[in-house]
Structures are given as C-alpha cells and as structure tokens.
Design a protein around this ligand. Sequence first.
Ligand SMILES: [Zn+2]
Length: 182
Amino acid sequence: MSSALWLRPALAAQILDHARAEAPREACGLLIGRGGAVEAVVPARNAAEEPTRFFRLDERDLVHGMFDAERRGLALVGFYHSHPEGVPEPSPTDIAQSHYPDAAHVIAGLRGDPMLAAWRLRYGEAERLPLEVTELQPAELSQSANRKGVQTAVVIAALLALALMIALSLALLPPAPRIPVP
Ligand SMILES: [Zn+2]
C-alpha cells in the first residue's frame, strides 16, 4: 500500500526555488511534518563530492534539521533533492543509496517544465507515491502512518556519521610537538 504525500503549494514552490537556485548543483533537504503531511521544508547543504551529479545531505544540517523538527513537535517525513537537468524520477544511485525505507523522497526535475514527484525507495525498488499539492490537507492524510521509527533511525545514522567525521578530523591532526628536555 502506498500512502500519499501532501504539500502546500507554497512548500512545493520552496522546493522548486531551492532547486533552481542551486542549479547546476543538486539541491537537497528535509521534509518534516506528520504522517504523510509535510509541514515544513528544511534546506540542507549538498555535501556530495560531485554535487552536479549526486547529492548527500550534510550531516550537520541533517542533525540540525532533526532537532528542529523535534522542537516543533514534528517528525521526519522524508527528503527532497533535485535533478537540475533531469526528470523527477529516481536515478539508480538514488535507489541504491536510500537507507531509509519508510521515508518519502520528493524529486524536483528541472528539465522542461519543472516538476515534482514523490517516491518511496526501498529494497532496490522505486514506488511512486501520490503527491497532493493543495492548500487544504486531504482528509485521508490527517492521521496516517506514524513515522517516528524513521526519525530515530535517521538521527542515529546522522550521529554516527558525525562521530566518524570528528574521529577522522582528530586522526588527521598533526602530532603533538615534542617538549624539549632541559
Ligand atoms: Zn536523484
């Protein structure tokens, strides 16, 4: 069963504006809200080595976004990213690198008429989700699946990535200076 995702037109416009502003790099960010209802779009930095071809959410922005959601009593609904020269369909890399089976993925395709599409990417497969862009929240979406589990998994993954980054930067520090013996 595929649950739908709902976005207000202003939030859809925010994703497309971010996508256009970042082009030719891929833009990315978090979608926070409740169930399938997106309440806020939180832009993140793209930390991929080749940001014109791939995206990777900056770990600090990810952790920051998650805490921001928690503070507002919201949960992580999913992620968004853009295809500056492509269509809003997941690439093989998007599918292979999706580690959050319950998260929704909104993709902004800027080729031709800019378009958004929502997907669920899991177990090596992409499933398209109905995406409702309306001012009023569709009734069937008001209290859908609780995605608390996604949030916890993402926070743990992000904290691990952050810890790894810190460990790496410590390992790269120059050795301590030798103290001259009198
Ligand atoms: Zn992609």
